[in-house]
Design a protein around this ligand. Sequence first.
Ligand code: UDP
Ligand code: MG
Length: 329
Amino acid sequence: MNKKSPILSIIVPCCNEAPVLEETTRELTTVMDHLVREGKISSDSMILYVDDGSTDDTWAIIEQKAGHHPYVQGLKLSRNFGHQSALIAGIEATQDLSDCMISIDADLQDDVAAIDAFVDKYREGYDIVYGVRRKRKSDTFFKRSTALTFYKLMEKMGVRLVPNHADYRLMSKRAVDELMKYQEENLFLRGIVPLLGFPAVKVYYDRKKRFAGESKYPLKKMIAFAFDGITSFSIAPIKLVTCIGFLLVLLGAGVAIYSLAVWFLDHTISGWTSLILSIWIIGGMQLVAIGVIGEYIGKIFQETKRRPRYIIERNTTEKMKAKDTVPHG
Ligand code: UDP
Ligand code: MG
C-alpha cells in the first residue's frame, strides 16, 4: 500500500462521562503516541470527543483538553441525541480532516490495544475493520443474554450483523463517504456498515468492565434500540402479522363450519364460548397488527420530515479547518 502515515480520528461519544475522560485520554494518547512514533499514523491525528448532551462536567473537561492537548478535539451537541447520532456527528465532523476513523466508547470497555491492529489492517488495504468481542465474560449475565437474543432475533429477521461487534470499528474515508449517503434518520450503524461492501476484516479483542461511571443503556433503552434495529431493517414483523391473519381466517372458517353444524343439530345454546373466544382473539390480533403497521408508519413519518440527526453547538475542529482560510475570533 502506498498509504503513508494516514491521519486517524478516534471518535468517542460521551454522555456524562466526566469520571472516565482523564483515563480515557491518557490511554488513547499512549496508543496514538506509539502509532505516530512508528510512523503508522500522522501526527495530525486526533481524538474527537462528542459530548452528547451531558449534564455533568464532560464538556468543560473536553474544552479544557481541546485547548492544550495535542490530539484532543471536541464537538458539543446541543442536547442528548443518542449514541448513534453522536457517532454520526463525530464521523461527519472528521470526514474531511482524516483518512480513517475509529469509533470507540468513552468507557474503554473495548480494548484500546486493538487500535494498533485496526490501523495495520487499514494500511493493508481494508476499508472496514470490525472489532469483535472474543468473549463477554465481563458483561453481566443479563447484558450477555439480552445481547445474544438480540443477535439471534436480528438474524431470523434477515438483518446482516457482525455478531459480537458493537460500535468499535475502523472505517476508511472512502467507506465513510458512502455511509453518509444513507440519509435515514433512524441510522443503525451496525446494520448499515455491512451493506457498504468494500474489503472488510474482523479483529478480535477481549471486552473489559466499564472502569468508572454507569452504563447509559438501561433495559428500556436497549429494548428501544433492538426494536429500532429490527423495524429499520426488516419487514419480517409485517409478514408475520399477515401469516397470522391468514391462519386466523382458516381457523374462522373452521369455526363457521362447526357452528353451522351445531345449529343444524339444534344445540343452539352452545357456541357462546367459542364466539366470545373468537371475538377476543381476533380483536387482540387486530390490535397487534395495527400496532406493527403503526410502527412502520411512524418510521415513514419520521423519515419524511428529514429532520437533522443532530445539532452542533460547539466544534473545536473548526479552528483546524479555518487555519487555511481567514482567521477570526
Ligand atoms: N452514549 C452517548 N449518548 C447516549 C448514551 C450513551 O453518547 O445517549 C455513549 C456513552 O457515553 C458511551 C457509549 O455511548 O461512550 C456507550 O455507552 P455505555 O458504555 O453506557 O453502554 P454499554 O457499554 O453499557 O452498552
Ligand atoms: Mg460501555
